[in-house]
Design a protein around this ligand. Sequence first.
Ligand SMILES: [Ca+2]
Length: 373
Amino acid sequence: MAFIEYGGSAIRKAIDKLAETGTYDFSAYDWDGDGAVEQVLFVAAGYSGHQVRGYIYPNTGTFFKQLTGGLKPNLASVSCEQWSDNSLCGIGTIIHEFLHCLGLPDIYPLGATTAFSVVDEWDVMDGGNYTNKGWCPPNLTAMERMYLGWESPVELTEPATIDGMKPLGQGGQTYVVRSDYNSDFYIMENRRQEGWDYACPVNGLLIYHVDFDKDSWGNCMVNTDDNHFRYDLFHADGKNYLVWDPNNNGKDYSKWTMSNWMRSSYLSTSPYPYIDAQSNVINDALTDDSTPVASLFASADGLNLMGKSITNIRLADDGTVSFDFMKSAATGTASTPCIPDSSAWFSLSGRKLSGKPTEKGVYVNNNRKVVIR
Ligand SMILES: [Ca+2]
């Protein structure tokens, strides 16, 4: 693995300099009065280490140097000044690192063997810090807001028709569907290309499958297992990164629909409803019979299915979303899935596997569910 420069010694020297000034009162930044500054954010001159080897790779770490007034920094993060084309980095990575200071984990598959993103431009803790070269990072997701205690999604438990669900950026309501069997849950948000979500891939309802684990989130280990991403999208198109772009590490700049890394087309057919270029509704449901199927990682009855239908998902011209919850039998209105290579093996959530799985479980092969025992 290539050597990665995290700039530890440069940050220590910079904090030493801050400590030496003795003229600046840092106590305004001790939010909870415990004698420690919560965080110090640096922007390092020069390129970003993720693009140009030898420069500092943006990161966040712990520091204890005394500052004026007997204060210590808890955390210090460093972001960078320039992209490799000499243009200025925007604010995306600064925000990403700042959010680490607040406790949010990375969503991209850290340490997983696939180097692809998971939800990419939809999330500033995945690839969203790069949208419009960092000048238009997306809104925090419903999950991130909930984790930080800023949002309480409505939990759906009874049959209901949800109407007028506004976009997340307009303060729209978000929803959670919990499994009766285990800790898996789905979280739903309406995203629209406006405001800070202007650079998102498309408009529509995102449905995430979450297998929350306190330690995984707390230790920045959310998506480290290729076969068990703890935070992932249900892709309404039934595709995934391996289908969209198996080469070039998931990145092909020809797949951005606007200049400057805006509106990647990779995940533009992931939201519900999935509508084709001729305005035909291809997939408007997530149920026990749809593709992708309403999966769980495990369930006591062994079926690994949510058993709670989300159907008739619609996106109105005014940007609001509507859907039915538990109003359908398991059969949804989803039509033929767009899985191009039916001989391949897929997880129940639609993620293409590298080959026939060896672990026990239920998989999809030749458009049928197959149990591996
Ligand atoms: Ca403090």
